[in-house]
Design a protein around this ligand. Structure first.
Ligand SMILES: Nc1nc2c(ncn2[C@@H]2O[C@H](COP(=O)(O)OP(=O)(O)OP(=O)(O)O)[C@@H](O)[C@H]2O)c(=O)[nH]1
Ligand SMILES: [Mg+2]
Length: 466
């Protein structure tokens, strides 16, 4: 039985993770026939006390054979997650077992398989919580770092006042004055001057773009930050890569040109999720395979958020400076580390002091081999990320939909600006259309006026059972 988000039938799904077998698994039923369906499936569930756990036995409705035993809770209409009559069945968490019980529920003919996010969709439609609260829950479920947990937990209602409401009010005010101009167009009253409209739109556009940049940065952090270790062959890149990950992931050898392909691993750096990459040492010599490795390394470096330039501290000061400047010419965000400082610690300390004094370059002396200085290298990387992304601990993490709406708002304001530049002040109808779609995008972003069709689209990106 297929369904869509707008039907009012009974839906069922496995609500716990399907990634593997677990201790307990939950099947959730919601809709007018949820209880009836659960009763067809189970024994000892004739007159359940609402919101109490009852011991039940699940049996195949056709053969009567017992499938599993567990607990069940009944939530009457108005007192459940979705706001509808619901039942939650807690069974043993095997995937096969849960799937069989779900199939049996569907075979009763009382329910159908829920669409992705359909429980939350119904909850929002029934006013159990707001769209943004539902989206925060989804972000929380998908969180892979402390940053994401904090951002998902950040109170959207509060953030909204801080980030969006002011912008929306300014757009609506200009829109109101533009519409007034339409009403008074046959009279000689100037409600908003041409110059005034131009500068207001320009300011709105600038502020929207700044907000967009912040939110895009937050999303980028949540997706994972790319940090790449770069440097000449044999600098000790793979040794450092292994030291940071605390495992022998990449091959290390005294031979220059050992690493050919890019190797990546995820790890948690403070509250960030980081994708760390080890690359082929950059040099011009080498065979076909190594040259391809170097090309890949260069490409990755260009797209990295942060680069650790690893240098052999035993090179001469002049050579080191040359290497740093070659690198700096390519990238802005580079952290310089002087490796193998265990071989001649005093020389490494001298070079470090000279770099700071003469070139204003902060290099960190490390030994990838003995792990000396790795802690302070990681600390520097973490601080650089904090600074570079300029986000406080309470950044608000936008969903894809919220970001799209903000982009739409920006584009509508850009239309308004282009219109004014072409003398659109004399055509307030067109100007007000652009402003209205900008204002509309922001109210959709906040979920105040989101039509059901848009809601359905948003929830279709959720997981099944949520
Ligand atoms: N003494 C000392 N030797 C190190 C240190 N780090 C790496 N080495 C040695 O330097 C050699 C090269 O190390 P790798 O980690 O393979 O260097 P790489 O930069 O990955 O080299 P390619 O993959 O060829 O570009 C190995 O013999 C390592 O044991 C260090 O901190 N101190
Ligand atoms: Mg290597």
């Amino acid at each position: 039985m297929a369904g869509d988000y707008f039907s009012n039938d009974t839906i069922a799904a496995i609500a716990t993770s399907l990634a593997g077998d677990g201790g307990i698994g939950v099947i959730r039923l919601s809709g007018p026939r949820a209880l009836e369906c659960a009763q067809r499936l189970s024994r000892n569930f004739e007159n359940p006390e609402p919101r109490y756990l009852h011991r039940i036995e699940i049996a195949d409705p056709e053969t009567g054979k017992t499938m599993d035993d567990g607990l069940a809770a009944y939530f009457p209409e108005g007192h459940s997650y979705t706001g509808e009559e619901s039942v939650e069945l807690q069974l043993h968490g095997g995937r096969f077992l849960l799937q069989s019980a779900l199939n049996a529920a569907i075979r009763t003919g009382h329910c159908r398989l829920a669409l992705p996010g359909e429980f939350s969709f119904r909850a929002v439609r029934n006013g159990k919580f707001t769209l943004s609260a539902a989206q925060s829950v989804q972000q929380l479920i998908g969180a892979r770092s402390r940053f994401e947990v904090e951002a998902a937990r950040a109170n959207f209602a509060k953030k909204r006042v801080e980030y969006i409401d002011g912008l929306a009010a300014r757009i609506r005010s200009l829109l109101a004055r533009t519409e007034l101009a339409i009403d008074f167009s046959d009279q000689d009253v100037e409600v908003v001057s041409e110059q005034g409209a131009k500068s207001e739109v320009a300011e709105l556009l600038r502020d929207t773009e700044a907000l967009l940049a912040r939110l895009e940065a937050a999303q980028r952090i949540a997706r994972g930050i790319q940090i790449t270790i770069a440097g000449r062959p044999n600098a000790g890149k793979s040794t450092l890569f292994n030291a940071i990950l605390s495992e022998e992931r990449a091959i290390v050898s005294a031979e220059a040109g050992t690493t050919r392909d890019v190797i990546t691993e995820d790890f948690a750096l403070g509250r960030y999720r980081v994708r760390l990459a080890d690359t082929a040492g950059i040099r011009d010599a080498g065979g076909t395979i190594e040259r391809e490795g170097v090309a890949r390394a260069r490409k990755l470096l260009a797209g990295s958020d942060l680069v650790v330039l690893l240098l052999d501290a035993n090179l001469s000061y002049e050579e080191l400076v040359r290497e740093i400047y070659e690198d700096r010419a390519l990238r802005a965000k580079t952290v310089v580390a002087l490796n193998k400082s265990d071989l001649a610690p005093a020389a490494a300390a001298r070079i470090r002091a000279r770099l700071r004094l003469e070139k204003n370059i902060e290099a960190i002396a490390i030994s990838a081999l003995s792990h000396d200085g790795i802690g302070s290298l990681l600390e520097t990387l973490r601080k650089t990320l904090d600074r570079g992304f300029g986000l406080g601990a309470d950044a608000f993490l936008p969903t894809e939909f919220q970001l799209q709406m903000l982009i739409f708002c920006r584009d509508s304001l850009a239309d308004a600006e282009a219109l004014l530049a072409r003398g659109g002040h004399s055509n307030p109808e067109l100007l007000s259309a652009s402003l209205r779609s900008a204002a509309r995008a922001l109210s959709d972003l906040c979920g105040d006026t989101t039509p059901d069709a848009v809601l359905a689209k948003i929830f279709s990106e959720f997981c099944i059972g949520k």
